[in-house]
Design a protein around this ligand. Structure first.
Ligand code: SAM
Length: 234
């Protein structure tokens, strides 16, 4: 079960970030995304268009699946699921940065009326979905921010139904240019923890008892290589 640290006060979103330890660990990420939130989509336009298109292509939806978008940012992927994939099932989008979640809320506010969309302030190691309740977890461009990616994978596994799918898209430092960008990123972007190689993510997924069902890697920009893993909960 998620560790319930939700505030009793009425707030804009349910929050699972109340404990000081969590806030301290993620301070850098929250500060970085608070300062870039309004520019985020413009700044990373080409990169985000590439990763979002890959996820949408990968997803074969019936339309009523329960989906979690882990680190949903400005809500662009959720909007695309609704508009381009005609998805109408339950979606939980959560993010650790209130400023990013505010943009998601503004973009998706109409959707909130029909009660199938829930947004919450949470982190990948602790969010509200119940055990074995989710068909698909999406984790797009978040993995490089996680100091403990294995704990996030455990949490994704906890909420997924048996045979439920995880789609994980993240930087791929198999490419030399991405490896260099990763090192520079650690200096310039205080929320960036590290990029991974495909072998590292493969091993992490297998350790958490996921079966990898698909893998792709490509250059989202001239410099930044990315990878997509589709994995199934056994
Ligand atoms: C590069 S953005 C990606 C946003 C969105 N998924 C996308 O692909 O456009 C990274 C997002 O992950 C969030 N984030 C970073 N670490 C997180 C964590 N541990 N739990 C939840 N969200 C996190 C940041 O606040 C930010 O909104």
């Amino acid at each position: 079960m998620p560790r319930k640290t939700k505030s009793k006060k009425t707030e804009k979103y349910p929050s699972y970030l109340k404990d000081q330890k969590t806030k301290k660990v993620y301070k850098n990420v929250i500060e970085e995304y608070t300062s870039v939130a309004r520019m985020y989509e413009d700044k990373w336009k080409k990169y985000l268009a590439s990763t979002e298109a890959a996820i949408l292509k990968q997803l074969k939806l019936k339309g009523n699946e329960t989906i979690v978008d882990a680190g949903c940012g400005t809500g662009s992927l959720i909007a695309a699921l609704r508009e381009k994939k005609k998805h109408r099932g339950k979606i939980l989008g959560f993010d650790i940065t209130p400023a990013m979640l505010d943009l998601a809320e503004a973009r998706l506010s109409k959707d909130r009326f029909n009660k199938t969309l829930q947004l919450e302030l949470a982190h990948c190691e602790n969010f509200s979905a119940k055990n074995n309740s989710v068909d698909i977890v999406l984790c797009s461009n978040v993995f490089n921010h996680l100091p403990h990616p294995e704990k996030a994978l455990q949490e994704f596994r906890r909420v997924l139904k048996k045979n439920g799918k995880l789609i994980l898209v993240t930087l791929c430092n198999d490419y030399p240019s991405t490896k260099i960008a990763d090192w520079i990123g650690r200096i310039l972007y205080k929320g960036h923890h590290r990029a991974h190689s495909s072998a590292e993510v493969d091993a992490l997924l297998k350790k958490q008892k996921f079966t990898i069902t698909d893998f792709k890697t490509w250059k989202a920009t001239h410099i930044l290589g990315v990878m997509l893993f589709e994995a199934k909960k056994r």
